[in-house]
Design a protein around this ligand. Structure first.
Ligand code: B12
Length: 231
């Protein structure tokens, strides 16, 4: 059984990958302005890739895409509990970040306090923030659901990614039906609002509640991204 920190880190990565994690990374989040990051400066960031077929079809079958996103909560929860069990066993303190939060209105969006998975993921070197304001990974583009645990365990951390690799690409800008994406390249300290109007995206999808009984899942910005796309 893994005894020193480096063996423990290797064992954790191996166990997460064997249990469905598509990507795993470790990031130093101590520079993030957040109480939780001050206390737990190392992020364990992981993702489970989306089913490519469901994504390719989402403009025709939004319901299957919505169901797929919900179903992915199960492997993410399992991976979180693997992390919890191992860190507890090894005697390291940790906090986990909720997988998702249903944003019911723009007031809630404005006041949101949760630790952002995307921040953990760029710090862990898993990818960059695309023009679409999503984490874009070289392997799967933005088609990956994220999970995060923050810990005091002194795992070694990756070189962070601090700039995007979207270049001149404007596919997500053209695909967004609400004109919410501004065609701006991300750098680490840039505010989300410069990239993307989260309030418009949220409102327009909430408008579907009387029609389909829930928020629309849309997903067009992540469907068109050419990074990591299997053709
Ligand atoms: C609020 C929220 C929304 C809002 C705002 C979206 C947004 N882009 O921020 C609304 C309702 C619009 C929304 C929409 C969607 N969402 Co949403 N949402 C969240 C939630 C709950 C919180 C995000 C948050 O706190 N944002 C706060 C801002 C300030 O931070 P940020 O958005 O993460 O981005 C900035 C920082 O990360 C910063 N940054 C990056 N690295 C670093 C490093 C350092 C050191 C610092 C200081 C900063 C920094 O750069 C970014 C730009 O400024 C997360 C879950 C979570 N806890 O993370 C899911 C999440 C972001 N959503 C997700 C998804 C999939 C969606 C949708 C596709 C909807 C759907 N069908 O599920 C759309 C996509 C729209 C889009 N293009 O973004 C996924 C994204 C996965 C990915 N690959 O990126 C997440 C991570 C959920 C998950 N568990 O996977 N969502």
């Amino acid at each position: 059984m893994a005894e020193n920190i480096s063996e423990q880190q290797k064992f954790l990565i191996k166990t997460l990958k064997e249990n469905g994690a598509s990507l795993v990374g470790f990031g130093d989040v101590s520079s993030v302005k957040s109480e939780i990051a001050k206390n737990f400066p190392v992020a364990i960031s992981f993702g489970v890739k989306y089913d490519q077929k469901v994504v390719e079809n989402l403009h025709l079958d939004e319901e299957s895409f919505h169901n797929h996103l919900v179903e992915l909560n199960t492997p993410i929860k399992q991976l979180i509990s693997i992390i919890e069990n191992l860190l507890s066993k090894w005697g390291y303190q940790y906090e986990t970040v909720p997988i998702n939060i249903l944003i019911k209105d723009n007031q809630q969006l404005r006041e949101l306090q949760t630790f952002p998975h995307k921040t953990a993921a760029t710090c862990a070197g898993l990818g960059w923030i695309g023009k679409c304001a999503l984490l874009v990974t070289p392997e799967y583009g933005p088609r990956i659901k994220l999970g995060t645990a923050l810990t005091k365990a002194p795992f070694s951390t990756a070189e962070p990614i601090v700039k995007d690799k979207c270049g001149e690409c404007a596919l997500c800008i053209e695909a967004c039906p609400y004109g919410a994406i501004h065609n701006v390249n991300w750098e680490r300290e840039i505010e989300r609002e410069k990239l993307f109007d989260a309030y418009v995206c949220n409102e327009k999808r909430l408008d579907y509640i009387p029609v389909i009984g829930r928020k629309h899942s849309c997903g067009l910005c992540l469907q068109v991204c050419k990074i990591g796309k299997v053709v």
